[in-house]
Write a protein that binds this ligand. Structure first.
Ligand SMILES: Cc1cc2nc3c(=O)[nH]c(=O)nc-3n(C[C@H](O)[C@H](O)[C@H](O)COP(=O)(O)OP(=O)(O)OC[C@H]3O[C@@H](n4cnc5c(N)ncnc54)[C@H](O)[C@@H]3O)c2cc1C
Length: 477
């Protein structure tokens, strides 16, 4: 079946992109606009990777990872995609926190956070300003020894309430913990603080539909249900891929699949230096997620209670508790009718960080029971904000780390790819094996919608330069 679909591929491509996550699609689009011939091979029947959606009977549409991203998406989408995509990005104004330490609402930008830190938490204005400036000035090449915990201790010693206010949303936004390098916090936090939290009006289905049209218009050869089995390596360089049982020649390959899968399974450790393999093996995966999708019956309404609700019943911010199966913290994303104008529908998605191991090895019966428990406890938690919600919902279902793994092949369903150390390995790939590149969620910074898109462009640029070198121009068959 798959081989039939690939019958009419070209003899050789400048680049094969493996995977159509936001990084893969953006890289493919960028390279096609540079005049390169590009094959985009996606194993799933939809484009988007984790940036995806699904529909259910009763007119329900659920977005999986459209909860919020920084304002930088507008510029990136305008530059690397289209004006129409950029113009559909709108701000979320009501971000709520509700936990044992504080309840408040914010627009989630520097001005409002400054006000809250001074008025609500009693922090001196100059301390707040110095904290923001320090976070803003961090970059990848900074000193990586200081942890986020140390950063907070330096500015807000003994203030677990302030730490929670500053950290909890970022732990959801990139899976980082207090014990990781402070730049994993500083860069992402500052991106959000610049102007708040944004979302794509029209939903992920509209966004990915527009991206697909643009890819095709720019000449990208898009193939769905096309699982790449391996990268062909001959004479010490990349020569193509095997996809759906067919060998397809290419001067270069850009993998958007999980970094560790790319190195170990697509290529094989034998093609890399021992030190590099050791470094790869040491790369940790990021945590995964659980979600509960709740659709309101047609005609039902709910009042506005905020756009994003960071809720917790845990006494303090605690990275371990945030991922624990016994859930104490949930983020509710509220989808009011203006997210998909014209449909008049409401949906709510609850997200929590999760550990793959807690879900991976259960019997079918236990897995089903645990998912049911997840749904029920989530509805209980939501009743605090919407007491009659159960009577208004006519569809509810849950996803677990296994679900994310199944649909995107991210190892262990990792929400943001790898931890910080993955970035260096990803960036060094082409130095190890000419013609092989990787772009996708790595290193906490290059993750999320904005990070994935921007990293896709950075790597596409490098790949384009490689194609200009003697090795990159060599004919492959
Ligand atoms: C529950 C959840 C909520 C999130 N919420 C947000 C949010 O609110 N804001 C935000 O910015 N980010 C969010 N994220 C993170 C964000 O979605 C991801 O960081 C980003 O979409 C990842 O893009 P990517 O390009 O790295 O690749 P992925 O989306 O992981 O895509 C990789 C692609 O490669 C394909 N693939 C893998 N193996 C093969 C193969 N052998 N052959 C062909 N194709 C293959 C997969 O099918 C997939 O399409 C969330 C993620 C999750 C799971």
């Amino acid at each position: 079946m798959v081989a039939d679909r690939l019958e009419d591929t070209k003899g050789c491509y400048d680049v094969v992109v493996i995977g159509s996550g936001l990084a893969g699609m953006t890289a493919a689009n960028y390279l096609a606009k540079c005049g390169r011939s590009v094959l985009l091979a996606e194993q799933h029947h939809n484009l988007g990777g984790l940036a995806t959606w699904f529909t259910r009977k009763g007119g329900h549409i659920f977005d999986v990872s459209l909860h919020g991203f920084p304002v930088g998406m507008i510029k990136s989408c305008r530059k690397y995609w289209t004006r129409e995509i950029a113009d559909s990005i709108v701000q979320l104004k009501g971000i709520r926190f509700d936990n044992p330490q504080f309840q408040l609402e914010t627009t989630f930008d520097r001005t409002d956070f400054t006000r809250i830190l001074i008025e609500r938490f009693g922090i001196e204005p100059d301390v707040v300003e110095r904290f923001f400036d320090t976070a803003r000035s961090m970059d990848f090449y900074d000193d990586k020894a200081m942890t986020t915990r140390e950063l907070f201790e330096r500015f807000f010693p003994g203030r677990s309430d302030v730490v929670r206010f500053l950290m909890e949303p970022i732990a959801y936004a990139n899976g980082s913990t207090l014990d990781e390098p402070a730049i994993t916090y500083g860069i992402v936090f500052s991106n959000f603080m610049s102007k708040g939290v944004y979302i794509f009006r029209g939903g992920t289905d509209k966004l990915v539909g527009l991206m697909k049209a643009e890819l095709r218009a720019n000449g990208v050869d898009v193939r769905l249900r096309a699982p790449v089995k391996c990268v062909v390596v001959e004479s010490g360089r990349v020569q193509g891929v095997v996809v759906g049982g067919k060998r397809i020649a290419a001067r270069s390959v850009l993998s958007n699949a999980n970094l560790k899968t790319t190195i170990k399974d697509f290529v094989g450790y034998e093609h890399f230096d021992g030190d590099f393999v050791d470094k790869t093996k040491a790369v940790r995966l990021n945590n995964s997620s659980c979600q509960v999708y709740m659709g309101l019956r047609k005609g039902e309404t709910i009042p506005y209670i905020g756009d994003l609700l960071f809720t917790s019943v845990n006494e303090r911010f605690d990275s371990k508790a945030l991922c624990a199966k016994d859930i104490t913290s949930r983020t509710f994303s509220m989808y009011y009718p203006d997210i998909r104008p014209g449909l008049g529908r409401y949906a709510i998605v609850s997200s929590t960080n999760a550990n793959y191991e807690d879900w991976a090895n259960l019997s079918d019966e236990q897995y089903r029971a645990d998912k049911k428990h997840l749904v029920e406890t989530t509805l209980d938690a939501l009743e605090k904000y919407l007491p009659d919600i159960r009577s208004k919902i006519d569809h509810v279902e849950a996803s677990t780390p296994k679900t994310f793994e199944r649909y995107t092949r991210q190892i262990s369903g990792a929400t943001f790819g790898t931890k910080f150390e993955g970035l260096e390995v990803s960036m060094d790939l082409s130095k190890q094996l000419p013609g092989l590149f990787h772009a996708g969620s790595v290193g906490i910074i290059m993750s999320g919608w904005l990070g994935a898109i921007n990293y896709g462009v950075i790597v596409a640029n490098e790949l384009d330069s490689y194609l200009l070198t003697t090795a990159g121009r060599e004919v492959v068959t």
